[in-house]
Design a protein around this ligand. Structure first.
Ligand code: ZN
Length: 224
């Protein structure tokens, strides 16, 4: 891996579903010119490209098994070695477990690299439930809307293609409650892990999008 000078921004974003993590990382991506990297997207890309990583990953997915951490991490390190990550990156959706966090930390250290900071967006469970419950999606073109923050121009219809909007199964109330619960179980230990490393920065995600972004920028500007 190429040498990293001071001033690089190697970030991890943590946050429950509905915290606006995707929106915020896109805003950070734009302002600081560092790419947002999602391991889920990365795996899908590798599979469709037919790379050796892709084939290996697919062999697990086909069997309904979890892709081993070792493979996910080497795929990730390979991606982080690309030129567009020289100034840093934002990891979204990884790590999900303390095991992964430890292995990743070790792998970075072996490459002479390190994390600049872990930004965790926290949101009250009731707020999350409301946000997710108001999400709508166009089944035809996959555009997502929100009845509050990102309304379609015509009630209930997709702006792009006019298809009636629907709720994803994932966003039904019973599933939402479960997703939030799973998030807490998985992430609480991760938050502790990074807190013990003095590397954790909490952001109040109950605020509006631009206020959350301001908090994030203050943190990032201190990290560089
Ligand atoms: Zn549409």
């Amino acid at each position: 891996m190429s040498e990293r000078s001071a001033g690089t921004l190697n970030l991890i974003f943590l946050g429950p579903p509905g915290a606006g993590k995707g929106t915020q990382s896109r805003m950070v991506e734009e302002k600081y010119s560092i790419p947002q990297i999602s391991t889920g997207d990365l795996m899908r890309k590798e599979i469709s490209s037919g790379s050796s990583f892709g084939e290996e990953i697919n062999s697990y997915i086909k069997l309904g098994q979890l892709v081993p951490d070792k493979i996910v991490i080497s795929m990730l390190l390979h991606r982080l070695d690309h030129d567009d990550c020289k100034k840093g990156y934002i990891l979204d959706g990884f790590p999900r477990t303390v095991e992964q966090a430890k292995s990743f930390e070790l792998a970075l250290a072996e490459n002479g690299s390190f994390l600049s900071g872990v930004i965790a967006i926290t949101v009250a469970d009731e707020v999350l439930a409301l946000r997710l419950g108001d999400r709508r999606v166009c089944k035809k073109c996959s555009t997502t809307y929100h009845l509050f923050h990102n309304k379609p121009k015509k009630d209930g219809l997709c702006d792009n293609c006019g298809t009636p909007l629907s709720r994803r199964r994932d966003d039904e109330p019973d599933v939402i409650a479960n997703r939030i619960e799973v998030y807490h179980q998985q992430t609480a230990p991760l938050i502790d892990f990074y807190q013990n490393r003095n590397n954790l920065y909490l952001v109040d995600g109950n605020k509006k999008i631009d206020v959350i972004f301001q908090q994030i920028c203050v943190i990032i500007d201190k990290l560089t």
